[in-house]
Design a protein around this ligand. Structure first.
Ligand code: DGT
Ligand code: ZN
Ligand code: CA
Ligand code: CA
Length: 591
């Protein structure tokens, strides 16, 4: 039940969301298709589901009459929706489900498999789960089926593998507090001199496979024993003299390695960089006549000069002729070449943020009032805060219509008169409609200080159409920034298909900023694209997409990703002080 802001709509915990109802209708359509029912009937369910996805009403509380009025919803379906809303279950759907194996609907989650293929696989080969699908992909039965073939089998195996990998990944935002607690407790031990996380968590990745720790201290056995009985440890996988692997509460693995203080910088380097980064470091060392491992440099030949002194991580890099490379950049994406030129920039930091723009209030789907959000922003030490509640099309999120928006603008104006130096900006998170038009007229948009334009519906458009849709939205002079560019929800919803380089080009051409949505499940636009955006002169705006005062803390995840994308304070518009930000907000619309 992921709401438009990635969070549950207020008070909707026990209420079915429109999305839930649409899912049921979609599933009914799918099951009917597997049954080989009449195509008109099948299409009716698919169409109703689509129509309801963007319908301006709350299905859970709508009457049968109201439902029937929606184009694409007939009497039979309206009746079923009401039954579902009232009872939380639908007899017809449950009966239908009983006619098939329980897991068959999960097959629709496999990219590349639609109803027709699933029906063929089920009818011919009794495929009804991931396991049986994998089997027939491997044993050649699938490839032999008409309309399938070797290529399809290979693609499906790859898709299954990807899904499996996702299943063993964790959100960094979830792992970080665990890692911090363990790290603090490790540092409290008298045997421990130094301790750090390493691996993907230290590199600032948005998803991690496990948590890695490097500790300097002795005796190693004592440290390992203490660690392995920590209250957060659920079970021990392996325990040796200098290393240990455990499973933590919540199911994530943690690896600990203990080294000496002299070895510590080497171990940190070795267990932080990704594989490719580390391979390059080692071959660079070999060119110098040293072999590099997790403990030290060792001469591979008779050396004319003594080995370099290493007391900290930066010494390892400088011995190899590199500027220090921040952990976030150690991904072998060109950072070593830049470090060799000693041109690694100072990456953006949380304390350089002067304000932020994508925040919701109780007016749409937030938990905090305008006044509470403003007070929180002042408390953060910011100079400004932008309010961008949902627009009218986002019905689930209680989007504002023109009248409520105007009232909010007035409230912001009034508050600004009382707030002194601090400035509230009136904005909107305006829905980008299916065709790329916006949810408000230009006249309404132009009355606001700024506009975040976002996609919240019709996620499944083909790539070309989605790209056109976004580019059209960016061409509107009042659209200041593009919200969450791919709509991804990590581990839950794939990014929609969109040609990101083309959208970046359009942002550059129109002077539109691109948001780094700092919600830890989103982190969208993701770090891999920022170097390209920067190169084209597109500015980043790091937004918390806050739905509460606490939600403002999302910015720290945004900073992690921004740093990973190589961004400096100059690339991030909300590092500008208020005096420079005001003209920056007006730049696009006065072009
Ligand atoms: P993850 O855990 O899948 O999110 O990604 P990483 O990069 O944290 O990978 P992980 O935990 O397997 O390895 C931790 C770090 O150790 C990683 O930065 C790569 C580095 N490393 C270098 N050589 C080796 C090696 O021979 N074995 C292992 N396990 N790690 C190595
Ligand atoms: Zn949004
Ligand atoms: Ca790891
Ligand atoms: Ca590991």
């Amino acid at each position: 039940m992921v709401g438009p802001g990635g969070l549950l709509p207020k008070g909707a915990v026990f209420l079915m969301t429109n999305e839930d109802f649409c899912d049921v209708l979609e599933n009914i359509g799918r099951l009917l298709e597997l049954k080989g029912e009449n195509p008109f009937k099948i299409r009716a369910y698919a169409r109703a589901s689509q129509a309801l996805a963007s319908a301006p009403l709350t299905i859970a509380t709508a009457t049968e009459e109201q439902l029937k009025e929606i184009d694409g919803v007939g009497e039979a379906i309206a009746e079923k929706l009401c039954e579902l809303a009232q009872n939380g279950r639908l007899e017809y759907y449950e009966k239908l489900r009983e006619e098939f194996p329980p897991n068959i609907l999960t097959l629709f989650r496999v990219p590349g498999l639609g109803s027709k293929k699933i029906k063929a696989l089920y009818d011919a080969l009794k495929v009804d789960s991931f396991e049986s699908l994998e089997n027939v992909c491997r044993n050649g039965e699938l490839a032999a089926l008409p309309g399938f073939g070797e290529t399809t089998a290979r693609k499906l195996l790859r898709a299954l593998e990807e899904m499996r990998q996702n299943a063993s990944r964790f959100l960094a935002s979830w792992a970080l507090p665990l890692a911090e607690t363990l790290l603090e407790d490790l540092k409290k031990m008298k045997e421990v001199a130094l301790a750090s996380s390493a691996g993907s968590l230290r590199r600032g990745n948005e998803l991690v496979g496990d948590i890695d720790f490097i500790v300097a201290g002795k005796p190693a056995e004592r440290i390992i024993t203490h660690f392995s009985v920590h209250p957060l440890v659920e079970s021990i996988i392996a325990k040796g003299k200098t290393k240990c692997s455990v499973v933590l509460k919540g199911g994530i693995q943690a690896d600990l390695r203990v080294v000496s203080t002299q070895e510590y910088p080497f171990a940190l380097v070795y267990f932080t960089g990704n594989k490719e980064h580390n391979v390059r470091l080692r071959s660079r060392a070999l060119e110098k006549g040293w072999s590099l491992n997790e403990y030290n440099f060792t001469p591979t030949q008779r050396l004319k000069e003594p080995l370099p002194q290493v007391t900290k991580e930066a010494d390892v890099y400088s011995a190899l002729g590199y500027h220090f490379i921040p952990p976030e950049l150690r991904e072998d994406r060109g950072e070593l070449a830049i470090a060799a030129l000693r041109k690694i920039p100072r990456l953006v930091e949380l304390n350089q943020i002067q304000g932020t723009f994508h925040c919701h209030t109780t007016e749409s789907d937030g938990d905090a009032t305008l006044a509470q959000m403003a007070a929180a922003a002042i408390n953060w030490g910011w100079e400004y805060l932008g309010i961008a509640d949902h627009s009218k099309g986002a019905v689930q999120a209680r989007g504002l219509d023109e009248k409520r928006l105007l009232a909010q603008q007035k409230a912001i104006e009034k508050m600004n008169a009382e707030l002194g130096e601090f400035r509230l900006f009136a904005g909107t998170e305006c829905d980008i409609r299916r065709d790329g038009s916006l949810d408000f007229s230009d006249e309404v948009l132009s009355s606001l200080d700024y506009v975040v334009a976002s996609v919240h519906s019709s996620f499944s458009l083909p790539e070309a159409e989605m790209t056109k849709r976004l580019i059209r939205a960016l061409s509107n002079p009042y659209v200041t920034m593009l919200g969450h560019i791919t709509g991804r929800i990590l581990l839950a919803r794939s990014p929609y298909a969109v040609d990101i380089p083309a959208v970046i080009d359009a942002a550059a051409a129109t002077g539109t900023w691109i948001e780094l949505n700092a919600t830890p499940e989103r982190l969208d636009m993701e770090w891999r694209w920022w170097p390209m955006a920067c190169e084209k002169g597109v500015k980043c705006v790091i937004n918390p997409d806050a739905h509460s005062v606490k939600g403002l803390q999302n910015l720290s995840f945004g900073i992690r990703s921004a740093r990973k994308g190589g961004l400096t304070h100059k690339d991030v518009v909300n590092c500008l002080p208020l005096s420079q930000l005001i003209p920056a907000l007006k730049a696009k619309r006065s072009r």
